[in-house]
Design a protein around this ligand. Structure first.
Ligand SMILES: CC(C)(COP(=O)(O)OP(=O)(O)OC[C@H]1O[C@@H](n2cnc3c(N)ncnc32)[C@H](O)[C@@H]1OP(=O)(O)O)[C@@H](O)C(=O)NCCC(=O)NCCS
Length: 197
């Protein structure tokens, strides 16, 4: 005989949320994002920067990473012509080296594929070894340097570059990282076919 589902069991089921999830950044996330940004960046963006990025910049794509509902990190990129330019990535202080940056960066790479980009580029402080290791893990290489790029201390920026994200080698190593992640909203990876155009 078919048993009726007790209503409280149904409610418990409905309340289950994935431990980690990547979601598009929304207006209501901005305060939490800025709180993290103040913790981890020497020069946080101006107060209204995220609001205008979300509302006015059609090239921009921003995401947040939630752990049981709470924002633990965020990241963004601009898609300009065939290039995706990483504009920011930050993980809550105290939660570094737990793999959250890897999740966020993987989600950005996925966005780059979805937006039709061919390459990904970014700038990183010369001394930011931790972030540089993260990008190197995704196959990024240093291709240049912007002297005195960071105005707060005059530090150089290292320019890093993915080369073609459609190259089989890039896709293979990206899929190996992606397959190791158990996070809602990251996506299933690119097609293994080289784009025809
Ligand atoms: C940079 C930042 C986003 C990285 O986030 P994170 O959550 O600490 O990164 P992860 O834990 O995913 O990975 C980074 C480290 O783990 C390593 N790592 C993680 N998983 C790994 C794996 N499976 N295999 C090998 N290495 C791995 C990375 O190479 C890197 O190495 P390190 O810990 O020895 O330095 C974070 O540290 C941050 O917010 N920093 C301050 C803001 C900032 O500098 N942003 C970047 C601006 S360009």
């Amino acid at each position: 005989m078919k048993m009726p589902v007790p209503i409280n069991v149904f409610r418990v089921f409905m309340q289950v949320v994935p431990r980690l999830s990547v979601e598009p950044m929304r207006y209501e996330d901005i305060a939490a994002v800025q709180a993290i940004e103040r913790q981890v960046f020497a020069s946080p963006w101006p107060k209204n920067a995220y609001a205008s990025e979300l509302s006015q910049n059609r090239q921009a794509s921003y995401i947040v990473l939630r752990q049981e509902g709470q924002i633990v990190g965020y990241a963004g990129l601009w898609r300009v012509a065939l290039e995706a330019h990483v504009t920011t990535i930050g993980v809550r202080a105290g939660d570094h080296s737990k793999g959250y940056g890897t999740v966020l960066f993987a989600a950005l790479v996925q966005r780059a594929y979805a937006l039709g980009a061919r390459w990904i580029t970014l700038e990183v402080r010369d001394t930011n070894d931790h972030a540089i290791r993260l990008y190197e893990r995704f196959g990024f290489k240093a291709i240049g340097r912007r002297r005195g790029y960071y105005t707060d201390n005059g530090e150089d920026a290292v320019i890093m570059w993915s080369d073609s994200i459609h190259a089989p080698e890039f896709k293979r190593s990206f899929m190996a990282i992606l397959n190791g992640l158990d996070v809602a909203g990251v996506g299933g990876g690119p097609s293994m076919e080289y784009p025809s155009a």
